[in-house]
Design a protein around this ligand. Structure first.
Ligand SMILES: NC(=O)c1ccc[n+]([C@@H]2O[C@H](COP(=O)([O-])OP(=O)(O)OC[C@H]3O[C@@H](n4cnc5c(N)ncnc54)[C@H](OP(=O)(O)O)[C@@H]3O)[C@@H](O)[C@H]2O)c1
Length: 107
């Protein structure tokens, strides 16, 4: 990992630099760009519901072959889909291809 990490209150280490996907749109473009980011050493990808490219980030991450513990994914509830918060967050986890049980437990 080329950059330092920051320890969070729960003990987990977040890579201090993330690759941001805002304004990349969706489709093949962000898949390629996230793939390139990972290939040059980024281990933290920053997306959001608002950016409309959570699924693209997920595809690139899956294609990278990295193990789950080797990559940090940030996404954000944006309140843009009209869904209740829990459903919206579950959808985000599905799009970035994380299992709910491995990410956070929702009631
Ligand atoms: N976690 C959060 O809450 C949060 C909030 C906001 C943003 N973010 C993340 O932070 C990222 C950046 O946000 P921002 O607000 O700083 O975006 P921004 O204002 O659009 O800045 C993007 C920066 O990237 C540079 N850039 C764009 N294309 C480039 C290229 N082809 N080659 C070299 N440099 C290039 C721009 O340079 P120029 O100025 O020269 O064009 C600019 O300095 C976003 O993608 C998002 O993922 C996260």
């Amino acid at each position: 990992m080329p950059w330092d990490t920051i320890q969070l209150n729960d003990g987990r280490e977040i890579p201090s630099l993330g690759f941001g996907t805002w304004k990349m749109g969706n489709g093949d473009g962000p898949i390629t760009q996230v793939d390139q980011a990972i290939s040059v050493g980024f281990s933290h990808i920053d997306t959001a519901q608002l950016y409309k490219n959570e699924a693209e980030a997920g595809i690139a991450i899956r294609q990278s072959g990295l193990e789950r513990k080797e990559i940090w994914i940030t996404t954000k509830y944006s309140g843009t889909d009209g869904l209740d918060i829990q459903t919206s967050i579950r959808n985000s986890l599905k799009y970035v291809r994380l299992r709910v049980s491995r990410a956070l437990r929702l009631p």
